[in-house]
Design a protein around this ligand. Structure first.
Ligand SMILES: [Zn+2]
Length: 172
């Protein structure tokens, strides 16, 4: 915004007749330009002073300080809105990413079980999934089962039989 732009908007600003974006541009210019800032100060003093005289209010306030506070407040509000907007975007992006990752993992799971089903089908009609699924798809569990199922009583009875046999042969 140029000085000319800013100076034609001074009265509109003081009377509050300005859209938000223009007001922020205007205030940023006022903050960085001493000439326009002084001009705004003069007009503000004049217009506010006249308004207060018209309404028979005691004119004892510091208009310049009041104007400063008003500018600070309006710039702060616009910054807060901008930050809130930025945080919202970040949160939305993370949310979308999260859903995408969960969706992708589900998709991989579906692909995997699909593949397993195709492998099973490929085994043909003589394939007995009840018997061989464990061996084909969970060989580690199968090994574990084998280890657990090792029966030591059979071994004992075998030696017992040998001892019995020996005992019988010794009788002869
Ligand atoms: Zn200026």
């Amino acid at each position: 915004m140029t000085c000319l732009d800013a100076q034609t908007k001074i009265i509109a600003y003081i009377e509050g007749g300005m859209d938000k974006d223009t007001r922020i541009d205007f205030l940023k210019h006022i903050r960085s330009c001493d000439d326009c800032r002084e001009e705004l100060d003069i007009y503000y003093n004049m217009i506010e002073g006249m308004r207060q005289m018209d309404s028979n209010m005691p004119i004892s306030r510091d208009f310049s300080a009041e104007l400063n506070m008003r500018i600070d407040k309006e710039l702060r509000q616009s910054r807060k809105k901008k930050e809130f907007f930025r945080y919202s975007i970040v949160i939305i992006i993370f949310g979308v990413l999260g859903f995408a990752i969960i969706g992708y993992i589900n998709f991989l799971n579906i692909l995997y079980s699909d593949e397993q089903n195709k492998i099973k089908e490929a085994q043909g009609e003589y394939y007995y999934s009840d018997y061989f699924d464990d061996v084909l798809f969970e060989p580690e569990n199968r090994l574990l089962n084998i280890n657990i199922n090792v029966d030591t009583t059979e071994e004992k009875s075998f030696y017992a039989k040998v001892r019995e046999y020996n005992a019988v042969s010794n009788l002869h």
